[in-house]
Design a protein. Sequence first.
Length: 617
Amino acid sequence: MIAICGWAGLASPPSKAVGTLARMEQDSIASKYDNAVRAGGPLWAAVAFGDQVELYQEGDATVILAGRPLWRNQDAPSTGSATAQRLLAGYRASGIKVLQSLRGAFALAISLDGGRNLVLAIDRMGITSLLYRPTGQGLLFGTSTELVNACLDNSPDINLQSVFNYIFLHMVPGPSTIFRDQFRIPPGGYVQLENGKIESGKYWQIHYEEPRSYDLGALKVEFRSLLERSVSNLLDGRSAGAFLSGGTDSSTVTGVLAKVSGKPTRTFSIGFQADGYDEVEYARIAARHFKTDHHEYYVTPDDVLALAPRLAAFCDQPFGNASAVPTYYCAQLARSAGVDLLLGGDGGDELFGGNDRYAVQAMFSWYSRVPSIVRRGLIEPILFHAPGARHVTLLRKGRGYVTNASIPLPERLLAYNMLRRNPSEAVFTADFLARIDPEMPLELFRNVYHAADARASLNRLLAVDLQFTLADNDLYKVNKMCDLAGIDVAYPMLNDDLVAFSAGLPAHLKLKGTRLRYFFKEALKGFLPDEVIGKHKHGFGLPIGIWIQTHEPLREMLYDAARAFGSRGIVRPDFIQRMISEHQSGHAAYWGGEIWVLSQLEMWLRAHGWASARTLL
């Protein structure tokens, strides 16, 4: 866990900010963090503590560096404040460009001129988190919304647009937060305060090289070597284990950890007593293959019932991904087994082409290759205008294919979203719609897709997922649930050298036709079990929709919370009742997920000071 909080550019900070930093100092002492630090100047102050925090001061300049970043071509972290000292010298010489030489997970603050000028930044992949709120001539900053809000003299306002974005995407996408006038620094991003002016930007963006010639054999050797080096660099003497879902990523991390450590790896898996959801057998195959010390826990509806309010209270923003539940219980299982550090396989799908939607989008893209004269002169007239076409199954499916294929990317990614398939007026109140932009989530996707430094559409899709699926969703989930369980987590797949390697792979090696992760699987043949290489992706998906149907206490709690949200002035109560009715009538998985999203939002609001039935408008 890393905690940073402070302000800059303020001669008179909010009175609560002073008390918040004092409490953080006491918390760090109580938590026995030997490397807790406090720094300050005429116009700024900050407190930081955690397992890895550096402080370097030189005159009226200060660097606070949290995490274990390395310099380019450096093999192991420096000791003491050497990295922070070098960072200050580099920033004075080249400004923001110095951040391009750092790799690994980190969050930092560089103060110059006693706090008149400040730089905040996080790592390239968004493994760490840092937020800020402009105020007066300066800003407040912290590693969570709660720390930033604790420095405000007045209660923050909910950002209604973020509420809509959350319901749309089941999480709050950056750079906004759930609170008005509060922002997250994006992966590879920075914020610079200079003489009262705030500037934000990115010091790094993934560059997809897309080479035409390559040596496949040499690429396989390099890939395996990078994997081993990445895992090895994360081991620092702590007791380490691995999440093991039985998929290719977690199995790969497990196998490499066993290889580089030279001893049996402790692995942890979650199962469910629900048809179509339990993937434990694949985890067992990988555990036997790599001879791990394997641990399992079967999550039950009672576990969800117990955790749901606690999860909502712990997260500093609403979070609607139900797989947070099994992630927490897996992390708790590892902590109870004496593990200090868990390695996760997150990122492999977004780097090497492992999500099912990449194959689906590839199939839709084939239609654009059909000559226009054939599409418009023959195919579409038959499908859409031939008498009786809608009653012929094959033609009806063809209509659906052509309709979706005609939607451009990235809009097509969201075509099946619940809020794209239902009129906004049927879902939300008129007062709420008047205050938000329903197209904002799509605009966020467009911005990332079109700004991607890539030619191939697959790589543009990967860039979108690195932001919205990985940084805003999966990393938030795993980080928070590991914090709640009291265990550290690291991500070998997100090693900067591995990220650069993936960006240099030709797109057709990531997705070969509709074969996902083609290169990844080819490179690991003979290392991973054949059953794991050939399995369909699943992960720790939670059968929440089925359990809401069959477990009465869980159903009552979530239905009641969802209905209560109907009094907030956001979602129409009749639509919430429709969701519940549709869920009861058989559409368990689809509507169960949506009910979880609204119930978690309601529980989050209650836990963070918005009393039940209090309108948000």
